[in-house]
Design a protein around this ligand. Sequence first.
Ligand SMILES: *Cc1c(COP(=O)(O)O)cnc(C)c1O
Length: 363
Amino acid sequence: MVSQPQAGADVVRLAWPDVGDEELAEIAGVLDSGQLTMGPKVEELEELLAAAAGAEHAVAVSSGTAALHVAVLALGIGPGDEVLVPAYTFPATANVVALAGGTPVLADVDPVTMNLDPEDTARRVTPRTKAILAVHLFGRPARLEELPELPLLEDAAGALGASHRGRPCGALGLVGCFSFHPRKIVTTGEGGAVTTNDAELAERMRSLRHHGWSPSARYDDMPEGGYNYRLSDVLCALGIPQLRRLDELLAARERVAAGYAERLAGLDVVLPEADPGDRHGLQAYVIQLDRRDEVMESLRAQGIQCQIGTYALHRLGAYRDQGPFPGADAAFERALALPLHSRLTDAELDRVAEALDKVVSHH
Ligand SMILES: *Cc1c(COP(=O)(O)O)cnc(C)c1O
């Protein structure tokens, strides 16, 4: 396998965070203030995120994985509890259930949408099923209304700004989980957040983030054990200007996606789409095609960074032997993430399209 070409003058980058002077100024402000954590920037970021996700409460944490972890813990998931998760997703989605002592039960995905297959999900419900942890994979809103009626958590790590049937992803279930990793639309380097309309859940997640501390406990008490999953003011400052221009960031990605759609129309590839009326979050631009590995090698050899979509959990050491998942297999074998970021030029889009044109058949 040809390894990923290193970012440089001639290389088309897979991702490139949209950060600059505004972010530097915000960070400088935090450094000047002397309050590097647990200060006002945390709340400012939380307010902006809650507004963007259409939720009443947002709690900033140190990663998307921490967001998923506190969400699962706040729902009381533990030993004996099963949580349905897609078989094709970033492994953290399932890992957090296991870390809480529960059992992640894999359900197959639709090979085209790459989100949970509602029928397969329904078949895997048992009396022990406590919740569904649905993913809006790569930013494509999942059809949550088709899933069995169970407490619903959203892994919206890549779906900030996306919406389903007119409502923002992250506010469609009990808790929405976001990531601010550099390959997501808004980044703090590492970071994440949870959103919810339930004040009690929000309070529990705030407590888990901060060693189990509670505002209603005595000043010298910590009523429960918890984590340090806080996000520092320095990192919140990095995210704030990006959240303010979220619409602009989304529009820039939509421009790139439209550029690809136009250029790749004649090729035998499945292009990423959202359902009619939905807005795709475009965390990644993931196409599906035959001979994916060969195409990936060819693009990399031509100086174009590209990557597999994500992981088929039943093929990982941690989740082996849970039966066949043909939808997840198809997604895993066929998905290819193309360069997607706001600085991608038309000339670079041409280069990617020409490179694909050489190795992919036409219809
Ligand atoms: C990125 C991502 C995560 C993990 O987020 P981190 O911030 O890297 O911990 C979890 N689930 C999905 C679907 C993701 O895309």
